[in-house]
Design a protein around this ligand. Structure first.
Ligand code: MLC
Ligand code: AMP
Length: 477
């Protein structure tokens, strides 16, 4: 049996598997459409999927996985610069598109890339040879994620890591086929796609995707298990009526960024349910979580999942005690880890320790009871806004492409709604407005990477080495 045990294992008589974009698909229908994709994709180097939140996207992703072809989700709002990088770097031979994108001009996909229109009514041909079962070591995904500098890096994630992570989460959250999972997260990241789609198809729980993660959408969906990023939970906590509706749910799960303690408390008061908080990364999948049957402590992400090991390392490379006070860089090891970055031996060399642990770049504290608290990031150049990871360097490079920009420095400023917002400090040498620069970035990269605020400055503060002093910029406001 492959990765999607419930889907492949005959849940065909249990009604709707997935409700998304106002339509629904049975387990059998989804498997049929995915089988047709698998038939077309078999043998391809990689299958890129234009990842709108639609049933076609789900069928395309499942089809790629069934065929043992690496799936490369493409953010639907990514501009030409980001899209060209992902398609070129991943070596994708095919781009799966659904419904509204089916008549995309093939030249738009890029030279040598074929379009694979996804048809939900399609079924694999009767004569189709059964696809050889992908081995655990087969690449499931190449997920593009931002580093501090440069273009996004492709994290290579094997089937075995996804399976191990979903099973560990099912154990921690008592997640079963009896659940109805609800979320409205994007389908091109770990949270919305790996947990939010494959988790349902592996456990056999029904999935209701709300399109966008709005309080009203969540309240109306009547699920037992809800996923959200902290921005979603803080917007929900501000809508008392919607929040109370979620009191009927079994588990509310927050992740992708720190859940502020006041939001944890408001949510608990309004729903009668203390949220589960869990921690993860694209590269490691989810590694630490509180448990359905355990304590849920505000400000804490809980304990390592089954199969995951964690440790804290100090700046001198020495072990940091798990005393609930000492901070160190969090390093992780275990079955859920990615294999490395595609085409980036330099990034691999930085990310892995000599003894095989992955450096998360997050700074944490571990208590004597094993509970983990994430206290920040080692670099100011990785920004988390609305749960999206945004590299300051990539936004700076996009700004510098503008003819009126002499130089730019990007920081993440604290924000009550999004956690952090992207703020750009720009030295201009021509006439340009902040709105124009925001639109310029939104057109080239994914829309969520656009600066929400642009400050035109005569000079950027620098140290003696010429390095921009980002902490000083943050103090400027
Ligand atoms: C706005 N829009 C623009 C624009 N400005 N379009 C073009 N140009 C501009 N200048 C449009 C957008 O396309 C969008 O359209 C709409 O305006 C609103 O977009 P937004 O302003 O970006 O929405 P916002 O309210 O900021 O979104 C908040 C949010 C979102 C919470 C809904 O940030 C979100 O979905 N976050 C989830 C991130 C996530 O899943 N992270 C997981 C990473 S995995 P339209 O048409 O779309 O409405 C990970 C591992 C782990 O971290 O641990 O989980
Ligand atoms: P991404 O690669 O988009 O998956 O982002 C991973 C990063 O999100 C981590 O390195 C953390 O900085 C952050 N993150 C994820 N979950 C949490 C959490 N529960 N608390 C704090 N930070 C988190």
């Amino acid at each position: 049996m492959g990765l999607l045990t419930a889907l492949e294992g005959g849940y065909g008589d249990r009604g709707d598997a997935v409700v998304m974009d106002g339509r629904s698909s049975s387990w059998e229908g989804l498997l049929g459409a995915a089988g047709a994709v698998a038939e077309r994709a078999a043998g391809a180097t990689a299958l890129a999927v234009l990842a709108r939140p639609t049933l076609e996207t789900v069928a395309a992703v499942v089809g790629g996985l069934l065929a043992g072809v690496p799936v490369v989700p493409l953010p639907p709002d990514s501009g030409p610069k980001e899209r060209a990088h992902i398609l070129r770097d991943s070596g994708a031979a095919l781009l799966a598109v659904g419904g509204e994108d089916a008549d995309t001009d093939p030249t738009e996909a890029g030279a040598g890339i074929g379009l694979l229109p996804v048809d939900l009514a399609a079924r694999a041909g009767a004569a189709a040879p059964a696809a050889a079962e992908p081995t655990p070591d087969t690449t499931a995904f190449v997920l593009y994620t931002s580093g501090t500098t440069g273009a996004p890096k492709g994290a290579v994630i094997p089937h075995a890591a996804v399976a191990a992570d979903l099973d560990a989460l099912a154990d921690a959250w008592q997640w079963t086929a009896e659940d109805t999972l609800v979320h409205g997260l994007p389908l091109f990241h770990v949270h919305g796609l790996v947990l939010g789609v494959l988790g349902a198809l592996r456990t056999g729980s029904r999935l209701v995707h709300t399109g966008r993660p709005t309080p009203g959408g969540y309240a109306g969906a009547r699920g037992s298990l809800y996923f959200g990023v902290p921005t979603v939970w803080s917007r929900l906590a501000a809508d008392h009526g919607a929040a109370r509706e979620l009191g009927a749910a079994r588990l509310l799960v927050s992740g992708s960024a720190p859940l502020p303690v006041p939001v944890f408390e408001q949510l608990t008061a309004l729903t009668g349910r203390a949220p589960i908080e869990r921690y993860g990364m694209t590269e490691s999948l989810i590694t630490v979580s509180t448990r359905a049957d355990g304590e849920r402590r505000p400000g804490s992400v809980g304990l390592p999942l089954a199969g995951v090991r964690t440790r804290l390392v100090g700046e001198d490379g020495g072990a940091v005690p798990h005393d609930g006070e000492s901070v160190g860089e969090l390093q992780v090891a275990g079955e859920t880890l990615f294999r490395g970055y595609l085409n980036r031996p330099d990034a691999d060399a930085e990310a892995w320790t000599a003894d095989g642990w992955f450096r998360t770049g997050d700074v944490a504290v571990i208590g004597p009871d094993g509970f983990h608290r994430i206290v920040g990031r080692a670099s100011v150049d990785l920004i988390k806004s609305g749960g999206y990871r945004i590299g300051a360097g990539e936004v700076e490079a996009a700004l510098r492409d503008h003819p009126a920009v002499a130089d730019a420095a990007v920081v993440g400023a604290p924000d009550g709604d999004l956690g952090q917002v992207v703020v750009a400090y720009v030295m201009a040498d021509g006439p340009v407005t902040g709105e124009q620069l925001t639109a310029f970035v939104a057109e080239r990269l994914s829309v969520h990477k656009r600066p929400r605020r642009v400050v035109l400055v005569p000079e950027l503060p620098r140290n003696a080495m010429g390095k921009v002093l980002k902490k000083q910029l943050l103090d400027l406001g």
